[in-house]
Design a protein around this ligand. Structure first.
Ligand SMILES: [Zn+2]
Ligand SMILES: [Zn+2]
Ligand SMILES: [Zn+2]
Length: 271
């Protein structure tokens, strides 16, 4: 599978919209991999995770053809992961798609309800909405995707995803704190090739609702001790906030010795 990290920030972006903190000041000076837009990944050009408000920026920066995306999995309905208004551009005269194929959108009931507040008639936009429950598995073309519960918010259902294709398995793990025990139990059935983890809190130690360096290292150690991952598993941390207090180079210097890669906007991985 070809994985493209389109955005790698927390909700406010980095530099953050109105922020003058040290990290945002440094980010504006250093530029490059320090500049982060709201989080999303794309797999093989046809499966996408999340629909952030920076989707149009991602299209411009990566020369994307979103008409070719067939499956969109939404982690949860916080606005940095779901900006449903842009879905309304999927109709004439705003879009003229050659084969007119449908876009299947999957998410928790809260996510689907949020989309329906904006999109009155999904079929008019070629959208097929699927409500997913935690632990449910669906076939999406060549992909088999399983939803697991995240530890992220108490007022809505938030999901992480296991994506399987051609004998390879990705765990897409943001937004989440240290995973709930029932998610760990289900993961025991797998051996991951790529693990993508939430590192919003950076240098800070908290592991509820989001993780930081300590959390991702703890997840990696437990996965290896339980055989869910091994020496060939690739670990990537993403969804970084300026409030985690670290620039890109500082994150790399802390994560690399732990065998964890630091994501940046535009990172590509092939597994
Ligand atoms: Zn987020
Ligand atoms: Zn800041
Ligand atoms: Zn969130």
């Amino acid at each position: 599978m070809d994985i493209l990290f389109l955005g790698t920030s927390a909700a406010e972006g980095c530099p953050a919209l109105f922020c003058e903190c040290d990290v945002c000041v440094k980010t504006r000076i250093l530029g490059g991999k320090n500049i982060r837009s709201r989080s999303s990944i794309q797999v093989d050009g046809e499966l996408k995770i999340d629909w952030p408000p920076d989707t149009y920026l991602h299209l411009l920066k990566n020369n994307l053809n979103l008409a070719r995306v067939k499956y969109l999995f939404i982690t949860h309905n916080h606005y940095d992961h779901l900006h449903p208004d842009d879905l309304t551009m999927r109709q004439k005269p705003f879009a003229h798609m050659k084969d007119g194929s449908n876009l299947h959108i999957y998410g928790s009931r809260d996510t689907v309800d949020q989309i329906l507040k904006v999109v009155e008639d999904p079929s008019k936009l070629g959208l097929i909405l699927h409500r997913l429950e935690p632990f449910e598995t669906v076939d999406a073309g060549k992909f088999k995707v399983t939803a697991l519960p995240a530890d992220h918010a108490s007022d809505r259902v938030c999901l992480i995803y296991l994506i399987e294709s051609r004998g390879r398995i990705i765990l897409h793990g943001y937004d989440s704190g240290f995973f709930p025990e029932e998610a760990w139990q289900r993961m025991k059935d797998y051996r991951f090739d790529l693990v993508i983890l939430d590192c919003t809190n950076g240098a800070l130690p908290h592991t509820r609702y989001h993780m930081g360096l300590e959390g991702v290292v703890r997840v990696k150690k437990r996965m290896i001790s339980e055989g869910i991952a091994d020496k060939d598993t690739l670990f990537v941390a993403t969804h970084f906030s300026h409030n985690g207090l670290l620039t890109y180079d500082e994150l790399v210097s802390r994560l690399l010795p732990e065998g964890i890669e630091t994501a940046y906007d535009g990172l590509t991985i092939e597994i």
